[in-house]
Design a protein around this ligand. Structure first.
Ligand SMILES: Nc1ncnc2c1ncn2[C@@H]1O[C@H](COP(=O)(O)OP(=O)(O)OP(=O)(O)O)[C@@H](O)[C@H]1O
Length: 344
């Protein structure tokens, strides 16, 4: 088996575990092997093991063992405690309409499919889209006896959104402080499970609301979503600067709507320009999590209230999403490991 462990390490290191692979993730008892992964990559690990015929003679139990972050900065309102969530990740975009919510839901579903316990906080109070994307508009929140909100559950994701509480038009007139307080309440006053990842879909922009939330939430890091278009990139750059200002590491950038592939001739049309997100990621030394094409099936699935992984599991776009999610999970783990070393 020693030889096989070496084989696994080599395979896994060069693929989904670029950050490294520790042999103590493996416990071998006879023919039974337990693999405890510190970040969401169960499906990825299974696929890699399936490629190695020698390893298929063993019985694999692949588990996630995501560690809790060391105490992070963040400011809970008086009397509130931080929910027991291992990674809180903000998804931001300087500009609206670049696909931040679509990316949030898609990444959340992919992380859940990798075995993680995942939640979404829809902080986009001016245009809450979680109820539409989960297809549970009209669902009413329930409360615990001590008035905590119970999140909704769908597609192995738990979520909360102002869309389950008030009419969107009511929130549209809220000013900055009221808006950020509302999002904070969604975070602190929801009885989240012990999640591995909570993705916070921030309102678009880089103003006071986003700054306040970035300071007050115990963030592991942030993901920026942009299109390759100059106007979106300028705003994405502001987003990176905002997170850096409050010491929130940017753990990835998704270039969305990178191109459109013609279904008839296969030609790739770069509608919003070419490689803008890639160049921005390189300039700021931010990892590029992926370049997502404009995909009709993705738009349709989200409009119909279902993640693409369920509405069209064989669609190639699912692979793009899965790779971005695995990269995100690995980067978040690398960061927390680093900060643990710095703290100790
Ligand atoms: N890669 C993609 N392919 C096809 N459609 C997409 C893609 N990304 C996003 N969309 C669609 O584009 C529209 C806008 O996306 P979305 O609502 O996620 O943007 P947003 O940045 O969250 O917007 P807002 O600024 O309102 O919060 C949605 O209909 C969404 O389904």
């Amino acid at each position: 088996m020693a030889e096989s462990i070496q084989a696994i390490c080599a395979e896994l290191r060069s693929n989904i575990f670029p950050a490294g692979f520790a042999a103590d993730w493996l416990q071998v008892k006879g023919e039974n092997v337990t693999l405890s992964l510190p970040f969401a990559a169960v499906t990825g690990a299974k696929a890699l093991i399936a490629k190695e015929p020698r390893l298929q003679t063993y019985h694999w139990d692949i588990q996630l063992a995501i560690e809790t972050l060391p105490a992070k900065s963040g400011k809970a309102p008086q009397g509130a405690n931080f929910p027991k969530i291992k990674n809180v990740i903000a998804i931001g975009s300087g500009k609206g309409g670049v696909g931040k919510s679509a990316v949030t839901l898609s990444l959340a579903k992919a992380l859940a499919d990798e075995g993680a316990r995942v939640g979404i906080l829809d902080g986009d109070i001016y245009g809450p889209s979680l109820p539409t994307m989960l297809g549970n508009q009209g669902e009413q929140l329930t409360f615990t006896p001590n008035r905590k909100m119970l999140p909704v559950h769908k597609f192995s994701i738990e979520g909360n959104s102002l869309g389950y509480l008030v009419d969107a038009s009511a929130a549209a007139i809220w000013r900055g402080p009221m808006a950020s307080r509302a999002v904070e309440q969604l975070f602190f006053d929801t009885q989240w499970s012990q999640l591995d990842y909570l993705l916070v879909d921030l309102p678009p922009g880089t103003g006071d609301i986003q700054l306040t939330l970035s300071q007050n939430f115990p963030l592991t890091g942030a993901v920026i979503v942009t299109t390759p278009q100059n106007i979106a990139l300028a705003d994405a750059q502001k987003g990176i600067a905002m997170f850096q200002k409050v010491d929130v590491p940017v753990i990835g950038l998704v270039e969305n709507m990178s191109y459109f592939e013609c279904g008839a001739c296969g030609n790739q049309e770069r509608i919003f320009g070419s490689k803008g997100g890639l160049d921005l990621a390189n300039k700021h030394q931010v990892p590029l999590l992926g370049q997502w094409p404009l995909t009709t099936a993705l738009r349709e699935s989200l409009d119909n209230g279902e993640p693409l992984a369920l509405s069209d599991p064989g669609h190639a776009m699912n692979g793009v999403i899965r790779e971005s999610a695995q990269q995100l999970a690995a980067n978040a783990w690398e960061l927390t490991t680093l900060s643990r070393h710095v703290d100790s």
